[in-house]
Design a protein around this ligand. Structure first.
Ligand code: IMP
Ligand code: MG
Length: 183
């Protein structure tokens, strides 16, 4: 199967600006609150690492892992917990940090799972938002960049576990177009 990076959507410098703006906004909004950043592994790990350092107020962090995509690009439509949080959410103002909001199935599931654990508040921050593909009724409170309906990789985002370490966000063109037909 042929695949190639056919364009750069966000350069490393553009990403840096986006993350610093988000960090500043979150720091203002959560001043005096009890912020807990919850990173959804593995895709959001690069964004999380930068965002937490752009946040200038005290913040706790935790990680959870779910799977919805298997090794490819097509959604299986089901979400499975691979690793749950360690921290009890009671009393925390939780901000879920995701790499990309696509169909919204993954984040809806995560919110449904976390909301009953009595956090003081729960909101969403996504690095990328692909609103054209939304299937679930969900919107993020903080969005780094709205992007067109293309499959992107880099800055944590993968295709079959590859490309996560690219410092920029690139568009991946898959020659046989398989994921399009299935979505
Ligand atoms: P959703 O449940 O459809 O919103 O999917 C969210 C998850 O799908 C993300 O956390 C990513 O792991 C994956 N995903 C969706 N779109 C892309 C993409 O363009 N590139 C890489 N991963 C993607
Ligand atoms: Mg992900």
């Amino acid at each position: 199967m042929g695949e190639r990076i056919s364009g750069i959507l966000l350069t490393a410098d553009e990403i840096k600006d986006i993350v610093h703006q988000l960090g500043a906004q979150i720091s203002r909004d959560y001043a005096g609150k009890n912020l807990l950043l919850v990173s959804v592994l593995k895709g959001s790990v690069v964004f999380m690492a930068d965002l937490m350092r752009a946040v200038t107020i005290p913040a706790a962090i935790d990680f959870m892992a779910v799977s919805s995509y298997g090794d490819g690009v097509k959604s299986s439509g089901t979400v499975k917990i691979i690793k749950d949080l360690d921290i009890d959410l009671a009393g925390f103002d939780v901000l879920v940090v995701e790499d990309i909001l696509d169909s919204g199935v993954t984040l809806s599931y995560i919110i449904e799972l976390l909301a009953p654990r009595n956090p003081k508040s729960i909101r969403l921050c996504t690095f990328l938002d692909k609103p054209e593909r939304r299937a679930a009724d969900i919107a993020a409170d903080y969005v780094g960049a709205v992007i067109p309906d293309e499959f992107v990789v880099g800055y944590g985002l993968d295709y079959a576990e590859r490309y996560r370490n690219l410092p920029y966000v690139g568009v991946l063109t898959i020659e046989n177009g398989e994921w399009r037909m299935e979505n």
